[in-house]
Write a protein that binds this ligand. Sequence first.
Ligand code: PLP
Length: 315
Amino acid sequence: MDRQERTLPALGTRHVDPHAYPSGVAYLDGQFLPMSEAKISVLDWGFLHSDATYDTVHVWDGRFFRLDLHIDRFFGGLERLRMTLPFGRERLEEILHDCVALSGHRSAYVEMLCTRGASPTFSRDPRDAVNRFMAFAVPFGSVADAEQLERGLHVAISGRVRIPPSSIDPAIKNYHWLDLVRGLYDAYDRGAETALLVDADGNVAEGPGFNVFAVQKGRLTTPASGVLPGITRRSVFDLCAEEDIEAVAADLPVAALRSADEVFITSTAGGIMPVTAVDGAPVADGEVGPVTRRLKDLYWTKHKDPAWSSPVRYG
Ligand code: PLP
């Protein structure tokens, strides 16, 4: 017995977790578990190296919203990272349905993720690691709270540069969030509620968990590159096509954001969310604008449309 083992009399018994978790159900290593019991090894590369990809879909009023698009994006990320799941799309869908059904949530934030996993020998070769899939369903959460959704968020533009696409392909949804989290603290220090980061050319990029749109003279612009191609962003383009509203993906200079008629952000965690102040100055008259309101209403109406949503199999 080595010295370390002798000083660990409780070895083999489980420690008491001091943290609390939201109610929900996770799928991990082939089992469904309460969130409080969903734990992974500290040797997992997902934790040690952020070597993971994931996707988040939401359930609203008992229906998944655009689940197919989220699963497509997840499989795209897995392929680019050379990770594999031990099952196919049908089983993945079944697991996601089961997580929600077992949780009992009618509105949920549902995440599917895959880490590089751990290697039995702690090898430094990622090919030796056994990929690990997980999923979970917890109550629906939003970037903006009810009050912020009503009056619009106050954002600060952080001078920080979002991790460039030449380093990490942003289409691989990832946990490289240190720039975003530091941006958030910059924003809090300046009295704002959330942050927008810029790209290497100084144009607006994205924020912690969301894309951004500016509306100028009825025309929408969202950054074209260096951002996650969000499913909510895509939904805005789809709604604009249906409503005959002009929308483009192009460079979005900071000055254009400041002088916009309307600004909103988009995320699975909250949908279409108005922004009414940038760096302490009101966007136009500081009120939530008509284009934002209309798109937001249409977006939520689509949650009942079978072409855009599908019922959870509660069983
Ligand atoms: N950008 C980043 C960095 C994100 O993490 C997210 C979502 O988590 C988004 C944008 C918005 O993407 P979606 O609309 O698919 O939720």
